[in-house]
Write a protein that binds this ligand. Structure first.
Ligand code: LLP
Length: 431
């Protein structure tokens, strides 16, 4: 199986986190997001342990809330001792509403509005990751208005191609995030920030992309970032006390995908950073990473019920289910690949289907060309694996479909973390 929290019972039915997927589907209805709480916690501990082993206390992994943001997630992050990065008032509010400590939140985003800046500062957000010069001025003005110095990291674009897909590449010089090194703008950006009285410039941030598998991406990033840190020290006497290299480790969506050995990668990244800093005569900065996908993706599974099966002889078979691009837009957006499994019975007499959604457009495909039993029929359940990251968080109400609930699985029990959106909810904002 793709992941060790997925298995089949003796009767062929699917089990996730040790529980019967058809039984959960019957109990909670479909479409349904399942999340394996123990896997989320284990993934957090993998990062925390690897950081501790490599850096002692001088490092912190920040969970990238954009991957899946709802209250229970922040309760888990608080309990595990993870930091958090947030990109909107909504994510910040969600975290704070369950008592997640504001001081451990890093606030991201390339288009923060004046209202966002005010909201975050009034709520005592620990650190702003400033994307651009305009934001520098905004944060400085707000900090001075409140009579404080706001801790910030400055987002730099290092000019690295992470070899991932276009929509999630964020490292090359021409992306919309951060301030590029290559053009000399990054140096001026730091200089400008240091002159502002409302800011405490703690260090630098960069994020080169998501679904990164190239083994040396973070090492190449560090080569550039530590080079920049050395030039800042030489020219401005500025010491980078914190260095945040973003998120990005890839996960397995298909059996043929590689499995990144994240603890080993972190150990290698740490050794490389220590060497670079020693060679440059710089103190080792406090080290941060922002994993999202690798914390929650393999903790998730989406379960659907087949509504209809269509066979167009000589062309295609469709299994059409009760969800679609509304709960999982990733194939439509990125041609993202997934492992799809019949949830009620094992692989027998399989033929190729397109798994299609119920939205009113031909492009509403959850996954093309997947094998399913030839006699797959309405009423049966289909599971899409590895949907814990960027599925719930990117879901929409297209066609006025309610978003599925998020049901957490823990120790043989299940509970609702986000309830199903009702048709009344869908009209709740209409006047
Ligand atoms: N830090 C920053 C600044 C980011 O922009 C991101 C992701 C992360 C951390 C977390 O990266 P991760 O560890 O999850 O790769 N919707 C796309 C992914 C967009 C990623 C955006 N930024 C998808 O569904 O594949």
């Amino acid at each position: 199986m793709l992941s060790d929290n997925i298995s089949r019972a003796a009767d062929g039915s699917l089990r996730f986190a040790g529980q019967s997927v058809p039984a959960l589907a019957e109990h909670y209805g479909t479409p349904l997001y399942l999340m394996d709480e123990e896997r989320i916690r284990a993934n957090c501990r993998m990062y925390l342990d690897a950081f501790r082993a490599a850096f002692g206390g001088a490092a912190l992994p920040l969970y990238a809330g954009k991957a899946a943001s709802f209250k229970q997630m922040y309760r888990i992050m608080a309990a595990e001792g993870m930091g958090v990065e947030a990109v909107s008032q909504g994510e910040i509010h969600t975290a704070l509403s369950v008592g997640y400590p504001a001081g451990r939140i890093y606030f991201h985003g390339d288009g923060k509005t004046p209202a966002d800046v005010r909201f975050a500062m009034e709520h005592g957000i620990g650190c702003f990751i400033v994307d651009n010069e305009h934001e520098l001025a905004l944060v400085d003005a707000e900090a001075r208005r409140l009579g404080r110095r706001q801790k910030v990291l400055l987002r730099i674009t290092p000019g690295i191609d992470p070899h991932t897909y276009e929509a999630v590449n964020t490292g090359t010089v021409d992306v919309k995030f951060g301030v590029p090194l290559e053009t000399g703008q990054a140096f001026a950006f730091v200089q400008e920030a240091l002159a502002l009285e409302g800011l405490e410039v703690a260090g630098l941030h960069c994020h080169v992309g998501s679904m990164v598998f190239d083994e040396d991406v973070f090492e190449r990033t560090l080569d550039i970032m530590v080079g920049f840190m050395a030039s800042l020290y030489r020219s401005l006497g500025f010491v980078t006390r914190e260095l945040n290299v973003g998120g990005g480790y890839g996960v397995r969506y298909l059996e043929s995908d590689r499995q990144a050995d994240i603890p080993a990668r972190i150990a290698a990244v740490a050794a490389h950073l220590k060497q670079l800093c020693a060679d440059a005569g710089l103190p080792l900065p406090f080290f941060l990473m922002e994993p999202g996908r690798s914390i929650v993706a393999d903790a998730g599974m989406t379960v659907y019920t087949v509504s209809t099966v269509k066979h167009i002889p000589g062309f295609k078979r469709y299994a059409i289910v009760d969800g679609g691009m509304g709960d999982n837009p990733r194939y439509c957006l990125y041609q993202a690949r997934y492992t799809v499994l019949h949830a009620d019975r094992g692989a027998e007499n399989e033929v190729i289907f397109d798994l299609a959604g119920r939205c009113c457009e031909s492009g509403d495909i959850i996954q093309p060309a997947i094998p399913l039993p030839a006699d797959t029929r309405p009423g049966e359940h289909i599971a899409v694996c590895t949907t814990g990251a960027y599925n719930y968080s990117m879901a929409s109400n297209y066609n006025r479909l309610g978003r599925p609930p998020v049901v957490m699985l823990r120790g043989g029990e299940s509970y609702v973390a986000v309830r199903r959106e009702s048709i009344e909810d869908l009209c709740a904002l209409d006047l």
